[in-house]
Write a protein that binds this ligand. Structure first.
Ligand code: CA
Length: 441
């Protein structure tokens, strides 16, 4: 069983030179989607969908007007030209695949469509982005067993991992209204905490502000209330993946989380990358999925031959932190974590199958977070609470600075990419956010 087709051929080159540059996130083999507009235009332009190629974007609204793509690919272009990608997401894999194939052929060196398609390009340097979908519901999972163990060890040294973890893909329902797109800042949250040594809770700015490096999974076609999506159909309900930073206020979380779980510690801001990479584009980077020997095998509703053969995704991930001092000195952010999505204990298909097994309905544009994607070793930890062992061991940054938690003015940038011999390197672009000072209490 192979999911590869002509669009993945690593030998393909585009007539747009920047797409062929080594290290480009957006070669012709990628073709991810975003919602954008020119930032300097007056009057302001309408938001519309676009597809990344090299340092440019194929404007799907402009492409619709050319009549260049017909049939199912043309219908998908029209759906993708709207101000959110929900209509395109609802169409399903046949439509996404038809649009991908048509664009791949039209963007290749020697394509007859070069001249009219070139007229639909907008430079990425001239645009701003919006959240790619109307996110009706957002669910956050907890799929890294390494994160769950590291966190659990801080709260329960004698029993770091709770017994349900290896059986149930743990998750909770989050909040979608405060999900913002990369580039937007957010204010340090105010809230109630119970500092160690205090006799009563205090109110004020969060002092333990953290990151969570996650992948976001955008749902494509939904399922009717009362029906379940089985493992063999689960990926047909997934449009694609983005980078996702689920900012967390650990001191607020520590005081509020019992007995119902995170609330105000998590709903003040979460940041998505503008670009959504389709599952089809990720096909070369699939890996077999297994649970370690001796661990329980997934129950039948969470198990399938395809999931075992190629359910995991090898997506390289890293976190960079740029302090105000680095920004003033025009220094790039320092890398504080480097890991891969391949280490997750539950797959994308298992998240969808589990979420719907009780009849819960997913809808186009819903977002699933994978949970913090820490890898097996400490330098692969994907949150400060792990990297600093609960705030006890500050991390050292270039130039003599240290951090235990985020400080005002810090910018955190997530990056993701896939590369291996025999396949084209593809990337997710960036997911960046800056901590602004708390509003006055
Ligand atoms: Ca999270």
């Amino acid at each position: 069983m192979t999911l590869l087709n002509e669009t993945h051929d690593p030998a393909l080159r585009s007539w747009l030179a920047s797409a062929n540059a080594p290290g480009s996130d957006f070669p012709v083999q990628n073709l991810p989607f975003a919602v954008f507009r020119r930032k300097a235009a007056t009057p302001s332009e309408t938001w519309r969908g676009g597809v990344a190629i090299g340092d440019a974007i194929v404007d799907l609204a402009a492409l619709t007007k050319t009549g260049l793509l017909t049939g199912l690919a043309g219908e998908a272009t029209e759906a993708g030209a709207q101000d959110k990608l929900n209509a395109l997401m609802a169409m399903g894999p046949r439509a996404w695949g038809a649009l991908r194939l048509a664009l791949s052929r039209a963007l290749r060196e020697g394509a007859a469509e070069e001249a009219p398609l070139r007229a639909c390009l907008v430079p990425q340097s001239e645009v701003e982005y919006d959240v790619p979908a109307r996110i009706g519901d957002y669910t956050d999972f907890y799929t890294s067993i390494h994160h769950a163990t590291n966190i659990g060890r801080q709260f329960r040294p004698d029993q770091p991992l709770l017994p349900n973890y290896k059986w149930v893909p743990i998750g909770y329902h989050g909040r979608s209204s405060s999900i913002v797109v990369s580039g937007q800042g957010f204010h340090r949250p105010l809230g109630q905490t119970f500092p160690p040594g205090s006799s009563a809770p205090v109110f004020g700015p969060c002092k333990r502000l953290d990151i969570e490096l996650e992948m976001g999974v955008f749902i494509g076609p939904g399922n009717a209330l009362g029906t379940a999506v089985g493992m063999n159909e689960a990926e047909d309900h997934v449009f694609g993946l983005c980078l996702f930073n689920d900012w967390s206020a650990r001191d607020i979380q520590g005081w509020e989380y019992q007995p119902l779980g995170p609330f105000l510690a998590k709903n003040f801001a979460s940041t998505v990358s503008p670009w959504v990479v389709t599952l089809e584009a990720l096909a070369p980077y699939r890996l077999p999925f297994t649970h370690p020997e001796g661990d329980p095998q997934p129950l039948p509703y969470l198990n399938s031959e395809a999931n075992r053969a190629q359910g995991a995704l090898d997506i390289q991930l890293e976190v960079r932190l740029q302090t105000p001092r680095m920004r003033d000195a025009a220094e790039a952010g320092a890398r504080i974590s480097r890991t891969s999505y391949r280490h997750a204990y539950w797959t994308v298909a298992q998240m969808v199958a589990h979420h719907t097994v009780n009849g819960c309905n997913l809808q186009p544009g819903d977002l699933l977070g994978t949970g913090t994607l820490s890898g097996p070793t400490l330098d692969q930890a994907a949150a400060l609470i792990e990297l600093t062992e609960g705030g006890k061991k500050p991390i050292e940054l270039p130039g003599g600075e240290t951090r235990t938690w985020l400080e005002d003015g810090d910018t955190v940038t997530l990056q993701g990419w896939c590369e291996k011999p025999g396949a084209a390197r593809i990337g997710f672009g960036q997911c960046a956010g800056t901590v602004l000072p708390a509003r006055s209490a």
